[in-house]
Design a protein. Structure first.
Length: 338
C-alpha cells in the first residue's frame, strides 16, 4: 500500500486517467466528424436530440456496471433489472400521476433487494458472478412477465415530462446522467469509503491485509449498480412512453462495452466514470451512424462486439512488448543471415 502513494505511482495513475479519457474523447470527436462527412443525417439536430436520451440511459447503466467491474465482477442481470423497472413504473401507476411516486419507490426497493441478493451470493457465498447474476436475471424476467403479462402500457404524463422533455434545448435525461456522474465521481474519488472501495477491487489480498472488508465492498457494488439500473429503466420508460417488457435486453453488451472503452480494467481496480459516460455517447452515435448508412439492424450487435474487442485490445494488450518481440526477432535474424 505504501508504494501506491509514491510520485511515480501517482504519475502513472494520472497517465492512465488521461489515456482512457483522451482515447475515447478523441474517438468520439473523430466519429462525429466522420458522421458529418459520410452520413450527415446522423448528426442533424433531430438525430442528435433523438440519440442523446438513449446515450444518457446507457451512461447510467454503464456507471452501474463499472462499479461492479471495479470489484473484479460482472453483472449479467442488467437486462432483467432495466426491464423490471420499466414494467413497474409503467404498470403500477396505470396512467395516474398520483401513483407515480409509489411506483418509483417500489422500483428502487426491488433494486435494493436484487442487489443485496447478488451481493450475498457473490460477496458472502463466493459464487461465480456470471452464474449468480444470470440466475437473478431469470428471476427478474419472471417478475416482468408476472406483472406485465406481456402487455405494454403507456407511462404517466408526469414521467414523460420529467424524462422525455427538453430543458434549455437539452433532453432532461442528460441532466440526470450528469448528476449521477458527479455523484459517482465524488463518492468514489473524494471520500474515504470510495477510496477503500477502489483499493478493495484493485488488490483484494492487500486490502484484507490492511483490514478492509473486501466482501462487503464487493457485495455493495451490486446494490449500487442495481439502483442505477432501476433509475435508467425508469428514464427509458419515460423517454419511450410505451415501453416493451423486454426493452432492457438491448443494454447487456453495451453496458460492458462502455466500461471497457472507458478504460476500466475487467480485472478490477480504478474506475473512470467520466470516460465511461463519454464512451456511452460514442457507442450511441456509432449505432446512429451505422443505421444511417443503411446497414441492417442486426449488424449493430456485431459493431458493439467489435467495439468491445477493440477496447479490450487497447487497454490490456502490451503493445510495446509486442513490438519489441517482433523487432527483436528481426534484429536477431539479420546477424544470422550475414
Amino acid at each position: 500500500m505504501a508504494d501506491a502513494t509514491t510520485p511515480k505511482a501517482l504519475d502513472s495513475a494520472r497517465f492512465s486517467v488521461s489515456k482512457g479519457l483522451l482515447t475515447v474523447a478523441i474517438s468520439t470527436i473523430v466519429l462525429f466528424a466522420l458522421s458529418a462527412l459520410v452520413a450527415p443525417s446522423s448528426v442533424s439536430q433531430g438525430a442528435v436530440l433523438g440519440m442523446l436520451p438513449f446515450a444518457a440511459v446507457l451512461a447510467i447503466v454503464g456507471l452501474g456496471q463499472m462499479l461492479v467491474v471495479q470489484q473484479g465482477g460482472i453483472d449479467l442481470s442488467v437486462p432483467g433489472a432495466v426491464s423490471l423497472a420499466i414494467v413497474v413504473i409503467s404498470h403500477q401507476p396505470n396512467g395516474d400521476d398520483a401513483r407515480l411516486l409509489p411506483a418509483v419507490l417500489t422500483s428502487l426497493l426491488f433494486a435494493v433487494i436484487a442487489g443485496a441478493l447478488n451481493g450475498f451470493m457473490i460477496g458472502r457465498l463466493g459464487l461465480n458472478a456470471i452464474i449468480a447474476t444470470l440466475g437473478t436475471n431469470a428471476l427478474f424476467f419472471g417478475a416482468v412477465l408476472a406483472i406485465s403479462k406481456g402487455i405494454p402500457r403507456t407511462v404517466t404524463d408526469l414521467l414523460s415530462h420529467v424524462a422525455g422533455r427538453l430543458t434549455f434545448g437539452i433532453p432532461n435525461s442528460v441532466y440526470f446522467a450528469l448528476v449521477i456522474l458527479v455523484i459517482v465521481t465524488v463518492v468514489v474519488r473524494k471520500t474515504v469509503a470510495g477510496r477503500r472501495f477502489e483499493a478493495s477491487g484493485a488488490s483484494p489480498a492487500a486490502a484484507r491485509a490492511t483490514g478492509l472488508r473486501v466482501r462487503t465492498h464487493r457485495g455493495l457494488a451490486y446494490v449500487w449498480a442495481q439502483l442505477l439500473y432501476a433509475i435508467a429503466g425508469m428514464l427509458l420508460a419515460g423517454i419511450t412512453l410505451q415501453p416493451t417488457a423486454f426493452q432492457g435486453n438491448e443494454y447487456l453488451l453495451p453496458s460492458v462495452a462502455v466500461v471497457v472503452l472507458g478504460g476500466t480494467s475487467l480485472l478490477g481496480g480504478r474506475g473512470y466514470p467520466g470516460a465511461t459516460v463519454v464512451a456511452a455517447l460514442f457507442l450511441s452515435q456509432l449505432d446512429q451512424f451505422v443505421l444511417a448508412l443503411g446497414v441492417p439492424f442486426a449488424v449493430r450487435t456485431l459493431v458493439q462486439a467489435a467495439a468491445l474487442a477493440i477496447g479490450v485490445a487497447i487497454y490490456t494488450v502490451n503493445w510495446k512488448a509486442v513490438r519489441q518481440r517482433f523487432t527483436g526477432r528481426r534484429s536477431q535474424a539479420v546477424p544470422a543471415g550475414s
